[in-house]
Each structure stands twice: as structure tokens, then as C-alpha cells.
Design a protein around this ligand. Structure first.
Ligand SMILES: C[S@@+](CC[C@H](N)C(=O)[O-])C[C@H]1O[C@@H](n2cnc3c(N)ncnc32)[C@H](O)[C@@H]1O
Length: 477
């Protein structure tokens, strides 16, 4: 008898040690005496190599500061549509990154069952829950084949970055199916294998195709998919006998939305640059260009230059140009004819000829008055800026090579478009980049109207416009 009891305690010890090691390696063929027998771990399942379980020493990675930015965890939480009072299982909860968030959402009347096979992970979770004062979490130490859940008890089972680690997928799926209520949902969140830009080891990623090869044959149906996370697939399944309607996997290539403008979605694949000035310019092109276009169309009658405005502006700029020439370049015509004379000589070296030709070009350019083409090109922009200035609160102005921009007014206009829902940028960093031009200090080029009253007056009430108005008044007298 003595021998037998010693034998048993040794056997139990060995079995427990094997279980701890299995958590490290992710697989176990051993059976603790009080558990159901654990069959050999699979190396592959339906053509996919099974990943080794993440060790508890790696837990800090799960609560890293950059996780929200990289994975948009709060977007996932919203998509889960958790209701107060629900019973939810965070399967493979790790140190409880999602468990704590879910516990707050289900509230005091609900509960989160947090299952993991690593006792250490559950200890980390308990410490974090205690610190946060959260009491509606029940930690459960599962086994590789049994998550120890109550039958038909759960509204949702969430598996974030977990399923691909199951060494016994069929056992786990069977147990989870039994634990779901008839209208309960099992949500698989897995890093996208199809996307090379997702910086995760291949074995820890899964394709949608593979997910569908594995889950439905185990008594589930696909009921929803959420494709808006930057790195992960989110696929919702229900028991195949549930009343929830099944959906087909969409054939359309997956696209990550980064916002919308005027009701049209804008997608990440429309951007070529990853960061910096290039990205800022692309965002302007994608988000602002359609808004400018719509603004021009909406106010066409007010900002389209009339014939008399084009004539007024042309005359005004010709006269200004002539005055400038008389004052600053009085000898321009003489200089030009002198050079043209020199160019007639056959004795010029090729270098001298080239230099004189270039000087002549420069003088000709300086002497050519800005014509109607200039007015046609410049006027619509000027009238648009004036319109914005008058309608969106005036404010600072920005000097530009081709006129003046209504700086603060444009900013205010864009904000108002956001409020109206015409402009929506999902990623706050993109938004900052998009608004950067209308936010940063452009030094001496940016001025307050009171600092430069004359230039402001010339923008708001330009002389050529005054003369057009006077003419109009005269003709209506
Ligand atoms: C990569 S971690 C993810 C943790 C957590 N879901 C998160 O996103 O922060 C995977 C976790 O799944 C657990 N796990 C692996 N196989 C499991 C099984 N059969 N049952 C329960 N948990 C399991 C691992 O112990 C590990 O803590």
C-alpha cells in the first residue's frame, strides 16, 4: 500500500510538471490525474501549422503602450457591441488586456469568465483587476482540451490572438460551442495572413480562407465580419443551429477605411506614402480636393469671374506692371535692343551667344505684361478665397505666390465640414497631418489683418474690383 501511494503521488507530480511545461511549449500529451485525458497535441490542423503558445513572460507585450495605436483595440471593443448584464468569456485571456475592458462594459450585472491555460497569466490578470477595483471577473484555469465552461451559459466568447495556438482545436471548438447560448456569438480575432504589412510572425497569423476551413466544420456558421482593424480579421460565428442568419464571405478584396469625404469612403490602399510630408499631401488630395470642388460648385454663381471682372483685373495688372517697369526697369527696352544687336554678330563664341540669349529671354519675360490668361487663372482662386474669408469669420491671411489664402477662414470651414459629417478622418494622426498646413505658423507669410491693414484691404477689396463695381454702378444709374 505504502508503495502504491508513493507511486501515485510521484505520478501526479510528474503529470503536473508536464502540464506546466506544456504551457511553456503549448502542447502536452500528459494527463493530470483529475483531468479528462488529453490526446496527443496536433502539429497541424487542416493544412495549417499550429503555433506555440505565447509564454507568460511575454505578457508585458500584451499591455504595451503602442497596442491601441497599432491594433485600434477600442475600435474592436465598439464592434463587439457588448451589452450590460451579458456573460462573456475572454478565452485565452492572457494578463487580461481585454478582460478588464469587457468587465466594465458588462457592468455589475454581468460577468466575464477569463480562461487561460497558464496560471501565471491568470495571476497577472487578478493583480490588474484588483488594482482597477473590478470584481465581476471569474478567472478559470482551463486545460488544452477543456475551458471548463458551463453549458449554454455565454452570450459571447472572445478569442483575441488565441485560436491559432490551440493544440487541440476540435476539442476547444466543441467545448465552446456547448458553452454558447443559442444566440451567443464566438468572435475570432486573428492577425491577417493575407497582409504582408502586418508585422507579426507568419505562424501567428491566419487567413480568412483558413479560418473558414476550420471553424464551420466544427458546428459553427459565419454571421458577421468586421474588416476595419489595421492588422486583424474579426469574424463572428454562431452555433450552426442558431437562428442568427449566416453570411457569405465577401469576395471583395479587403479594404481598410481611413475616413470619408462627402459620403465616399477613403481607403488606406489609396495612400502610397507611409509618413511625413508625402503622406500629408496625399491626405490633402484625397480629403480636401473633393471638398474644394464641392465648395466651388455650390458657390459657382458668386465666385465665377464675370467678363468685366476679367477685364478689370487684366487692365489693373497691366497698368501696375507698366508702372513697375517705368520705376524699376526704365532701361529695359534699351538693354534688350542692345543685346539683340550684339547677337547679330557672327564673331560671338558659342558660350557668349548662349549667355546673351538667356539674358534676352529674361528681359523679354520681365517686359511682358500679365495678360488676360493670368487674370483668368488667378481670379477664380482670389474670388474663392474672398468668399471663404467673408463667410467663415475672416481671421489671418497667408501670402502665397499666386495670391492670398484665407488661412483661419479655411480652417474654420474645414472644421464646419467635419461637424456636418462631410469630412471624417478615422486616424487622429492623419487628421493632424491634414490640418497641419492650416495650423502651423507660416512665419512672415502669415499675418493678422490689423498688422497689415493695407495688404488686407487689397485682398478683401482689391482696386480692380472697385473699378468694376464703379462701372456697374454707372451702368445701372
Ligand atoms: C497571444 S496571447 C493573447 C492574450 C489575450 N487574448 C490578449 O489579446 O491580450 C494567447 C493566450 O492564449 C492562451 N491559450 C493558448 N491555448 C489555450 C487554450 N487551449 N485555452 C485557453 N487559453 C489558451 C495562452 O496561454 C496565452 O495567454
Amino acid at each position: 500500500m505504502r508503495f502504491a501511494s508513493e507511486f501515485y503521488s510521484l505520478r501526479t507530480l510528474l503529470a503536473l510538471a508536464a502540464l506546466v511545461c506544456s504551457a511553456r511549449a503549448g502542447h502536452s500529451d500528459e494527463t493530470p490525474s483529475d483531468e479528462q485525458p488529453i490526446p496527443p497535441a496536433l502539429k497541424q490542423y487542416k493544412g495549417r501549422e499550429i503555433a506555440v503558445t505565447m509564454h507568460y513572460e511575454g505578457a508585458p507585450w500584451l499591455t504595451r503602450e503602442s497596442r491601441e495605436r497599432e491594433e485600434e483595440c477600442s475600435t474592436l471593443i465598439k464592434a463587439l457591441d457588448v451589452k450590460p448584464g451579458q456573460a462573456i468569456c475572454d478565452m485565452g485571456c492572457g494578463n487580461g488586456f481585454y478582460t478588464l475592458k469587457l468587465a466594465e462594459l458588462v457592468g455589475e450585472t454581468g460577468q466575464v469568465i477569463a480562461v487561460d491555460i497558464q496560471q501565471e497569466m491568470l495571476r497577472f490578470l487578478e493583480e490588474r483587476a484588483k488594482e482597477a477595483g473590478i470584481k465581476n471577473i471569474k478567472p478559470v484555469l482551463g486545460t488544452l482540451v477543456d475551458p471548463k465552461l458551463q453549458p449554454a451559459s455565454l452570450d459571447m466568447i472572445l478569442l483575441v490572438d488565441v485560436y491559432h495556438e490551440f493544440s487541440h482545436p476540435e476539442h476547444m471548438l466543441k467545448a465552446m460551442r456547448e458553452a454558447l447560448k443559442p444566440d451567443g456569438r464566438m468572435v475570432l480575432v486573428e492577425f491577417r495572413l493575407e497582409d504582408r504589412n502586418v508585422p507579426i510572425k507568419l505562424l501567428h497569423k491566419m487567413s480568412k480562407k483558413q479560418i473558414l476551413k476550420e471553424i464551420p466544420p466544427n458546428g459553427f456558421k459565419l454571421i458577421e465580419q468586421f474588416d476595419k482593424l489595421p492588422w486583424q480579421h474579426v469574424m463572428f460565428f454562431a452555433r450552426d443551429d442558431s437562428d442568427l442568419p449566416e453570411i457569405k464571405l465577401s469576395d471583395k478584396p479587403e479594404r481598410k477605411r481611413i475616413g470619408q469625404v462627402l459620403g465616399e469612403d477613403i481607403y488606406a490602399d489609396q495612400l502610397k506614402s507611409k509618413a511625413g510630408k508625402g503622406l500629408g499631401e496625399e491626405l490633402q488630395q484625397l480629403f480636401l480636393a473633393p471638398l474644394w470642388q464641392r465648395y466651388k460648385e455650390d458657390h459657382q454663381a458668386e465666385i465665377e469671374p464675370t467678363k468685366s471682372e476679367i477685364k478689370g483685373a487684366t487692365d489693373y495688372f497691366q497698368a501696375r506692371h507698366a508702372k513697375m517697369l517705368a520705376e524699376e526697369r526704365p532701361n529695359l527696352a534699351k538693354d534688350l535692343s542692345r543685346i539683340e544687336e550684339q547677337l547679330k554678330s557672327e564673331k560671338l563664341s558659342p558660350e557668349d551667344r548662349k549667355r546673351l540669349q538667356s539674358e534676352a529671354e529674361t528681359l523679354k519675360k520681365a517686359g511682358t505684361p500679365p495678360g488676360e490668361v493670368f487674370a483668368r487663372f488667378w481670379l477664380p482662386q482670389q474670388l474663392l478665397q474672398q468668399h471663404l474669408y467673408r463667410n467663415f469669420g475672416g481671421g489671418r491671411l497667408l501670402w502665397q505666390q499666386f495670391g492670398v489664402e484665407a488661412f483661419d477662414a479655411t480652417h474654420a470651414w474645414l472644421q464646419s465640414e467635419e461637424k456636418l459629417g462631410n469630412l471624417q478622418i478615422d486616424n487622429p494622426e492623419h487628421r493632424t497631418l491634414l490640418f497641419a498646413y492650416w495650423t502651423r505658423d507660416h512665419g512672415g507669410f502669415l499675418w493678422k489683418p490689423e498688422d497689415r491693414p493695407e495688404e488686407t484691404e487689397e485682398f478683401v477689396n482689391p482696386p480692380w474690383q472697385k473699378s468694376v463695381r464703379r462701372e456697374k454702378e454707372r451702368s445701372s444709374e
